[in-house]
Design a protein around this ligand. Structure first.
Ligand SMILES: [Zn+2]
Length: 81
């Protein structure tokens, strides 16, 4: 299990990660009979996404840390180090 990425790592290839996120969502949508309405592991850092979060956020593909980083980056596009 890798450590969650920091914001700089995520910003570095933000577009690549957005693509990975979209791909994970697509792949999940094609999986019939999923036990939970979201991925069990974060599409970015591969941390386990708690069942409570998956149930509360149907279709989520990111852990809390990565989701927060994504939202911060989305609010400030182009502000890369
Ligand atoms: Zn994550």
């Amino acid at each position: 299990m890798r450590e969650p990425m920091d914001e700089g790592d995520i910003a570095q290839d933000y577009q690549t990660r957005l693509n990975a996120d979209a791909l994970a969502t697509h792949r999940h949508a094609e999986t019939p009979g999923s036990a939970f309405p979201a991925l069990p592991y974060c599409a970015w850092c591969e941390a386990e996404i708690p069942a409570a979060r998956r149930l509360a956020q149907p279709g989520t593909t990111l852990c809390v840390d990565c989701q927060a980083a994504k939202e911060r980056l989305a609010a400030r596009p182009g502000e890369e180090g």
